[in-house]
Structure formats: structure tokens, C-alpha cells
Design a protein around this ligand. Structure first.
Ligand code: PMT
Length: 410
């Protein structure tokens, strides 16, 4: 949602990865951004301006002098109204020009004139990227506050493998979101999120698990990052790709998750415990694969630590985290069970979801949640995309965080 209605200037420079900028423009438009494309002359050799114009429904800017006649599309107009400028791909040549403050085409002139944040996604031959001149230029730009995403390591157009690939389009979008949110309500706030379902091994090939996909937790991670927070994610196994711009620790079992949460707590201001943590694990773990036999196999289970309960105990002594948000996955008596967990785990907020509904809870893209606070306030939200649920939760929690600070300063 952070890209909705935002004015993005998308610069495209002349490298083979320019064709990927077409997908980037399309994804930005789908996210609700208003996209003005500026292409260098070399970029037009790789992709047709008409392709970008068709996708963005806006004229593509190419020539500095011709466009000076059109007051709406000059480098000054473009630079002033941009919320963010993204250059993808950015070549070694354009990086060098930007590092030296050149303004010899519409794109470099626009960037020199802008106060908006600039995000660069380099893509080039591995030797060009490794060249000390390029490395020094990249360092200069970082020092001046440019945001840089990538390049990635992988197969390059030459057939060689190395550093120089344009990062995935999804990652550029995430980097743009983070750039836009850099002055959000949670700047300087350290957020810890747990996500996914823990797995409790039975033997080397089997485990007890649950249906959590990690979607809800990862959506919270993105929303917290886009609110300006420094985010750490402790993730149980999921099929999701690693979120951009956060510190991530992978764990498997409830005990491993407990250990990582304990390590992070002294540096945590707000904890979101969205992981589905196993309450029991096999009491005994076979060292080799269990063989089937004629007889029934009985499993003995033992309790895992309750992470939130132990956080509640530490809070008393450490005073951290300042806010703790738990989730409740319920199949019956949603409100009553969630209220009981809110009190027992001494939470500031509990997000309850009915996991029996086919469009809510585990695995699916949507969720229908009820938020309950210790003062008894109950807020029922309609069925929403998990990304929207996460953004609304973050908005509410940012307000709670501010109130807490105002109280502390009063
Ligand atoms: O991952 P998705 O597919 O997107 O699904 C999202 C979700 C349904 C997993 C998520 O919205 C959710 O409800 N997460 C919490 C699941 C859960 O374990 O609920 P619970 O009611 O069993 O636990 C209550 C709270 O205590 C939770 O915050 C849980 O993280 C925490 N807990 C539970 C057990 C345990 N041993 N330690 C804990 O800290």
C-alpha cells in the first residue's frame, strides 16, 4: 500500500537487463504508483519506449532539450514531484556520472536536481562492477545517501557467473518500499517478528508440524520495515523468499525459536509473535528412520517452552520489549480463548483468528481477525488481504508505541 499514489521516476539506462525494467514498471503500476519513465539514449536500443509508455499510460521522457518545451516533463518538474527515483538497471557509466555530479542527459540532470531519495539497482559485467573505479563510485554514492540494491551474484549475459546481475524485480520493489518508509512512525524502533510453523523432529526424515505458511508473519515484517523500523525476523521453515532489508534467523524447532527470541529480547522494543509454535514435541527422537512394523506405534509427547510466557517473565526485570503482540489461532470460542491468552501471557494486544474458516488463518492469502486489548476493547476486522491486516496492525501498534512514549515523557 505504501506505493499507492506515490510518484515514482523510473530511470532506465543502457544494459541488457533493461528488459527487466518493463516488468518493474508493470509491478509499480500494479502497486498503485504513478510512474514517469526516463530512458537514456542507450536504453532505447534495448527496449522500445512505446512498451513503457503503454504500461505506464504516461509519456516516456528521452530528450532533455526537446522536453524543456513541455513544462510538465522537464528535469526540474520530474525531480520536484518525485517521491522516489529508481534507476534500474543502472550501468557503470551512469553510476560514474552520478558520483561526479554530471548532468549530461535528462536522467542525470533530474537526479542532480532532486531532493527525493534515489534507489539504484546496478547491473553490469562482473569485471566492470569489480573495477576499483566502479567500487569507489558506488561507495561515494552510498556515502551521499543514495540507496543501492544489489547487484546479485549469478549468470550474466556474457555466460559468466559473477556479481553483476540485476536483483529480482520483487526485491527492487521491496527496496523502494523501504526507501519510501524510511521516515515512517517507527524510525529507530527495533521490532522482532516470529513467523512460520515450528517443526518437531520424530526421526531424521519426519517431524510434527502445523499448517502455518509464514504469510501473516512475513506481512508483518514488511509492514514494520516499511514503517521505518529495524526489523529482525526469527523464522520457522516456510516456502517464502527472504524479505528484503531485515535481519533474518532461521530456526526449526520451538526450542530453537525460544533461544533466538531470548537472545534478541534485550534489543527489542516491540515483539510480534505470529509464529505457530508447537506446544508439544516427541519425547524421544529416533536417530535413524523409524521402520514400520505390524504393531501400533505410540508416540509420547513432552511440552515445549511457552515463548511468550517466558518473555512476560523477562519483561518484569528487563523492561523489554516495550510492547508485546501475540496471536491466537482458535478453532472454537475465539474471543474467550484469546482473552485468556492475552491475560496469561501478559500481552498488550492479541490478534485472534478463526483457523477453521477456509478464507482465514493458516496458508491462505487473507485473514479475518479480532483484536483484543487488556482494557477489554474488542475490534473485529473484515476479511482482508494479509498484507493489509499487517499494515493496519502496524498503524495501530505505532499509535500505541507513541502513546507509551508520551506517557513516559509526561
Ligand atoms: O502463517 P500463516 O499461514 O499466514 O497463518 C497465520 C497464523 C494463523 C499462523 C497466525 O495468524 C497465527 O495465529 N499465529 C499464532 C499461532 C499460534 O501458535 O497460536 P496459539 O493460540 O497456539 O498461541 C498463542 C500465542 O502464543 C501465539 O502468539 C504463539 O506464537 C505463542 N506461543 C504458542 C506456543 C508456544 N509454545 N509459545 C508461544 O509463544
Amino acid at each position: 500500500m505504501i506505493l499507492e499514489g506515490k510518484r515514482v521516476v523510473l530511470g532506465i539506462t543502457g544494459g541488457i537487463a533493461a528488459y527487466k525494467a518493463v516488468d518493474l514498471a508493470s509491478k509499480l503500476i500494479q502497486a498503485g504508483a504513478i510512474v514517469d519513465v526516463i530512458m537514456t539514449e542507450a536504453a532505447t536500443r534495448f527496449v522500445a519506449p512505446l512498451t513503457l509508455q503503454t504500461l505506464t499510460h504516461r509519456p516516456v521522457s528521452l530528450d532533455m532539450f526537446r522536453l524543456l518545451e513541455e513544462t510538465d516533463m522537464t528535469h526540474i518538474a520530474l525531480s520536484e514531484r518525485a517521491d522516489v527515483i529508481i534507476v534500474a538497471p543502472v550501468t557503470a557509466n551512469t553510476i560514474a556520472k552520478l558520483a561526479h555530479g554530471l548532468a549530461d542527459n535528462l536522467l542525470t540532470a533530474t537526479i542532480l536536481a532532486t531532493r527525493a531519495p534515489v534507489l539504484l539497482a546496478p547491473a553490469m559485467n562482473a569485471d566492470m562492477y569489480a573495477n576499483p573505479a566502479t567500487q569507489a563510485n558506488v561507495r561515494t554514492l552510498k556515502d551521499r545517501g543514495f540507496f543501492i540494491v544489489g547487484p546479485a551474484h549469478g549468470r550474466l549475459a556474457s555466460g559468466r557467473v559473477g556479481w553483476g546481475r540485476l536483483v529480482a524485480v520483487g526485491q527492487i520493489i521491496e527496496a523502494a518500499r523501504q526507501t519510501l518508509g524510511r521516515e515512517g512512525p517507527l524510525v529507530g524502533v527495533r521490532v522482532l517478528v516470529t513467523a512460520g510453523g515450528t517443526q518437531e523432529p520424530l526421526d531424521p526424515v519426519r517431524h510434527l508440524g502445523n499448517r502455518s505458511s509464514g504469510r501473516m508473519g512475513y506481512a508483518l515484517v514488511a509492514a514494520a520495515r516499511d514503517s521505518g523500523a529495524d526489523v529482525r525476523l526469527v523464522s520457522a521453515p516456510t516456502a517464502l523468499s527472504e524479505p528484503y532489508g531485515v535481519e533474518m534467523v532461521r530456526v526449526r524447532t520451538a526450542e530453537e525459536m525460544h533461544r533466538e527470541v531470548k537472545v534478541a529480547i534485550p534489543q527489542t522494543d516491540i515483539l510480534f509473535m505470529a509464529a505457530a509454535v508447537a506446544d508439544y514435541r516427541p519425547a524421544w527422537r529416533a536417530t535413524s528412520k523409524l521402520k514400520k512394523g505390524e504393531a501400533e506405534l505410540k508416540l509420547s509427547l513432552t511440552r515445549t517452552p511457552d515463548i511468550l510466557e517466558s518473555v512476560a517473565m523477562e519483561r518484569g526485570t528487563l523492561g523489554k520489549p516495550g510492547l508485546v503482540v501475540g496471536f491466537a489461532a482458535e478453532t472454537d470460542d475465539l474471543i474467550k480463548n484469546a482473552q485468556e491468552k492475552l491475560a496469561r501471557k501478559r500481552l498488550d494486544l492479541i490478534v485472534a483468528n478463526d483457523v477453521t474458516a477456509p478464507d482465514s488463518g493458516f496458508e491462505v492469502e487473507t485473514n479475518r481477525v479480532v483484536l483484543i486489548k487488556p482494557d477489554g476493547a474488542i475490534d473485529r476486522w473484515p476479511l482482508l488481504d494479509k498484507a493489509e491486516v499487517a499494515e493496519r496492525i502496524l498503524k495501530l501498534v505505532a499509535e500505541m508505541w507513541e502513546e507509551k512514549h508520551d506517557e513516559g515523557n509526561a
